[in-house]
Design a binder for this molecule. Structure first.
Ligand SMILES: [Mg+2]
Length: 219
């Protein structure tokens, strides 16, 4: 195994887990739970519902979701519903086995950078689906970055900021993502980059610009 980087920065969707997880698991799970939310025993959930100030809160939630409106109360509500789903074992995160193995065994520090909130990222890595039940990968992860902490993923300044926070020269950090715009931005910031290709990812027109990773065993 050649090692010419000192730290690893990982995207989540399409890189360490299937791109479909959020769309086909998390969002449908939230919608399934929507009808029962007004009857929830979770006081935090009930107080959030009151913030919507509408008569038919379930219809309101469904309409926000179907129009993809980024409502902060909706976001917080989704976070709580997913938390309950993970905690009850109804949801587990399908992190690829090679990524689990790498994160568990590498001696290099591993960091996460995703558009999903840091809170959602931590939940995902707390409840990873493993052969023998769920695996908590959080002890193996050094830190998490999102749009709020670091800016958008297609802006090179975001990566400079992250490198600065990690405390390493950008050239010593390897960033892995399935998105070529993110890789371009990270490369502009001086990071090493590789394109991850996983089953189900959209085809990328990368024109041979990047090394390809299909399995973390060969990092
Ligand atoms: Mg991605």
């Amino acid at each position: 195994m050649t090692a010419n980087f000192s730290a690893l920065l990982l995207d989540i969707e399409g890189t360490v887990c299937p791109i479909s997880f959020v769309k086909e698991t998390l969002f449908p799970y939230f919608l399934q739970q929507a009808d029962s939310l007004p009857h929830s025993k979770d006081l935090h959930i009930r107080s959030l519902l009151q913030k919507f100030e509408v008569d038919d809160v379930v219809a309101h939630i469904r309409s926000l979701v179907s129009q993809d409106i980024k409502d902060p109360v909706l976001k917080e509500l989704q976070g709580l519903v997913w938390l309950n789903g993970y905690a009850s074992g109804e949801i587990t995160a399908p992190v690829y086995t090679d990524a689990i193995n790498y994160i568990q065994t590498t001696e290099k520090p591993v960091y996460i950078y995703s558009s999903g909130s840091v809170k959602a990222q931590k939940l995902l890595f707390q409840y990873v689906a493993g052969d023998q039940g769920t695996i908590d990968l959080r002890p193996k992860l050094q830190n998490y970055y999102d749009i709020n902490t670091s800016g958008t993923k297609t802006n090179s300044q975001s990566y400079m900021k992250i490198a600065n926070d990690i405390g390493l020269p950008p050239a010593e950090i390897l960033f892995l993502s399935d998105n070529s715009l993110e890789l371009d931005a990270a490369k502009d910031a001086g990071l090493q980059v590789k394109l991850v290709i996983r089953p189900g990812n959209a085809p990328v027109d990368y024109q041979g610009k990047y090394d390809i990773v299909t399995n973390f065993n060969v990092l």
